[in-house]
Structures are given as structure tokens and as C-alpha cells.
Design a protein around this ligand. Structure first.
Ligand SMILES: Cc1cc2nc3c(=O)[nH]c(=O)nc-3n(C[C@H](O)[C@H](O)[C@H](O)COP(=O)(O)O)c2cc1C
Length: 353
């Protein structure tokens, strides 16, 4: 993976698990145990981890902007490295996907005052999102600096790299998409302007960290969920972004196949890996809904280099071994995806245990 040797092509996809219910948004011993159990993956990408206080959009999620949080994440990186694994931190800012309750009553910051119309996990349960506060140019500058500091902190915590969360309707995708970005300054309007924040962040990272250990996650065909819509410029926009990513020599680009059926939608890329393979020169990770069979096929056909698995890794700490043995998989328990504690987190059995 651009200079980082991995022991197989199976990647654990980033998954929020909301186990940092400790007030300080700190990853704990329990977090370390969960990732250590899954260290046989070729690469682990952590759950989205907040780059700043402003980035918060869900309760009980770890951050990487305080000394305590760096210390907390060290437990995880040490545990995974001891097992011979490789682990990247996913850097996250939720933007409009948040609630004033999570910001001392202040509106969350986003590109424009467009309500994402989502249910937000607050300390008092789910609450509907509200229209956010449009970022000033100073807010944008601070956000770029926050991503930079978070990346520096991630390397200090022992991570092998960082993945910028540019997918699933969160801050960066809110800048990319016309329906959530109504700005009239250099961060809105044209395709180049809407993509600008990503390249500003990459520019800041290039000057401070090893850029060959920085990656980007994108969900180009997200449509009608998480507050994002495809439009007549979406394909042009993502072609522009991915083409420009070639200039950075990143660790990888992590792409997601459509979350919903986009058949017949001319504005949506139907087959994401196939579309971007000829455009992107570096390592591509592809995700969503893959099985052992479909993952093997996409790699053999050459449309991606690595495949990431979300729910299968969540429910099967030894997914690699199970694929090797053609063994049955544990069933995921959706009711414990985001609940505190060990249940549904570190208690999924491995084979022969
Ligand atoms: C419980 C859960 C939490 C998730 N949290 C994140 C996240 O923090 N960051 C992210 O980029 N994707 C997140 N995702 C999406 C997964 O990375 C992945 O795209 C999705 O599960 C589809 O892959 P799969 O079919 O292999 O499960 C999450 C998915 C699940 C099930």
C-alpha cells in the first residue's frame, strides 16, 4: 500500500461504536481489546475520531485533539502492533450532522445553513438536527488546522496513518455537494471551489506529516440519505477530486459503492471501483456489501487493490481465518452497534473458542 506492506488484502472498514462514554471522548482499554481482536486484518481503519470539539456530532465517540485522547489511542495502536497489525485513524468532522446540545447550545458549524434532516444521538436520546451555522473563512481556516493537528496527534499516538473522512454526508462531503453548500466565496459554487477544503487540508498535511501515510475516503454515489443528493455535476466533481488526488502520492483512496440503488440515475456513478480504476494511479480500497467471493472477484478483475469489510469484521474478530477456512460467520447484533460496554463489542466468539 504505497510503501506500507500489509499481510493480506482484507481491510476493516471504519465503524463508529460509541464506547467512549467517559466524558472526555477517550478511547479506552476496551477499545484496544476490540481492535486487538481484529488485528489479523491487513489494515484496520478506526471508527471516525473527532478532530476537535466542533467536530462532535454523536455522543460517546473518541476524539484525537486532547493529550488524554492521544494517551487513550496509544493503548490501541500498541495492542494492534503487538499482534503484527497495521492501523490507520479515521479523522472525522460531522459538520451539520450534529446538534446544539453537543456544543453547549451553539449551532454546529457547516458550509451553509442547510438542515441535514437527521436524527442526532445526544445525551438525551435522538433529537432532530437543526440548520447549522455557516462557517466563516476563519472557521474554515481553523478546521483545516484542526485536521492538521489531529493528524500530528494520530502519528504521536502510534497510528500507521490517517484517513480523512470525506464520505457519508459529513463535513467534507457537505462542502462537496451542491445541495448542502450554498456558499458564494471560494469554498462554494464551482466544482473546484467545493472541493477546495479537501486540498487545503492535504496541502497542510503535506507540509507536516508523511503524505504517503495519508488517505481519503469518498462516497461519490451517496444519494437521498445522510442529507446528500447527487446532481448533474456530481460525476464531474468526483472525477476532478480523484484525478487531483493522483498528485499527492497518498496511501490509498477508499471508495464506497452506492449505498442505495442508483440504477438509471444518469447523475450517479453506477460502479464506483470500475469507474475510478482507470482514473486513479495509486492503491484503491473498495467497500460496501462485499463477501469473500465478490471481494476475490473484484481483486482478480483488477478494479481494486484491497477490499474493506464493515459489519463482517464487527461480528467476526477472526474474519481472515474464517475466510481461509470457509467457515460460517457470526450474525451481527444491530441492537448493540452503538451501546456502551462489552456486549456486542468484544464478546463475538472466534472460531474454536
Ligand atoms: C456500526 C457502523 C458504524 C459505522 N461508522 C462509520 C464511520 O465512523 N466512518 C465511516 O466512514 N463509515 C462508517 N460506517 C460505514 C462502514 O465503514 C461501511 O461503509 C459499511 O458498513 C458498509 O460496509 P459492509 O457492507 O462491509 O458492512 C459504519 C457502519 C456501521 C455498520
Amino acid at each position: 500500500m504505497n510503501g506500507t506492506a500489509l499481510r493480506n488484502r482484507m481491510v476493516m472498514a471504519p465503524m463508529t461504536r460509541s464506547r467512549s462514554n467517559n466524558g472526555g471522548n477517550v478511547a479506552t482499554e476496551l477499545t484496544a481489546k476490540y481492535y486487538e481482536q481484529r488485528a489479523s486484518a491487513g489494515l484496520i481503519i478506526t471508527e471516525g475520531t473527532y478532530v476537535s470539539e466542533e467536530a462532535i456530532g454523536v455522543i460517546n465517540v473518541p476524539g484525537i485533539y486532547t493529550t488524554e485522547q492521544i494517551k487513550g489511542w496509544k493503548l490501541t495502536t500498541e495492542a494492534v502492533h503487538q499482534k503484527g497489525g497495521t492501523i490507520f485513524a479515521q479523522l472525522w468532522h460531522t459538520g451539520a450532522f450534529s446538534h446544539p446540545d453537543l456544543h453547549n447550545g451553539k449551532k454546529p458549524l457547516a458550509p451553509s445553513a442547510v438542515n441535514a434532516n437527521q436524527q442526532i444521538f445526544t445525551a438525551e436520546g435522538l433529537k432532530p438536527s437543526e440548520a447549522p451555522q455557516p462557517m466563516t473563512l476563519d472557521d474554515i481556516k481553523k478546521t483545516i488546522a484542526d485536521f492538521k493537528h489531529a493528524a500530528i496527534n494520530a502519528f504521536e499516538a502510534g497510528f500507521d496513518g490517517v484517513e480523512l473522512h470525506g464520505a457519508n454526508g459529513y463535513l467534507l462531503q457537505q462542502f462537496f455537494s451542491k445541495n448542502s453548500n450554498l456558499r458564494e466565496d471560494e469554498y462554494g459554487g464551482t466544482v473546484e471551489n467545493r472541493a477546495r477544503i479537501l486540498f487545503d487540508i492535504l496541502g497542510a498535511l503535506k507540509d507536516t506529516v508523511d503524505i504517503s501515510r495519508v488517505a481519503v475516503r469518498l462516497n461519490p454515489s451517496l444519494n437521498g440519505i445522510m442529507g446528500i443528493l447527487v446532481d448533474e455535476e456530481t460525476i464531474t466533481l468526483y472525477n476532478y477530486i480523484v484525478n487531483r488526488l493522483n498528485d499527492y502520492c497518498l496511501a490509498y483512496v477508499h471508495l464506497i459503492e452506492p449505498f442505495t440503488d442508483v440504477t438509471g440515475n444518469q447523475n450517479a456513478i453506477q460502479e464506483v471501483a470500475k469507474h475510478f480504476r482507470p482514473i486513479y494511479n495509486g492503491t484503491i480500497i473498495i467497500n460496501r456489501g462485499f463477501t469473500k467471493e465478490t471481494a476475490t472477484k473484484v481483486i482478480h478483475e483488477g478494479d481494486a487493490d484491497l477490499v474493506s469489510f464493515g459489519v463482517p469484521f464487527l461480528a467476526n474478530p477472526d474474519l481472515v481465518e474464517r475466510f481461509k477456512a470457509d467457515a460460517a460467520l457470526n450474525k451481527p447484533d444491530q441492537s448493540t452497534f452503538y451501546t456502551p460496554g462489552e456486549k456486542g463489542y468484544t464478546d463475538y466468539p472466534a472460531l474454536n473458542h
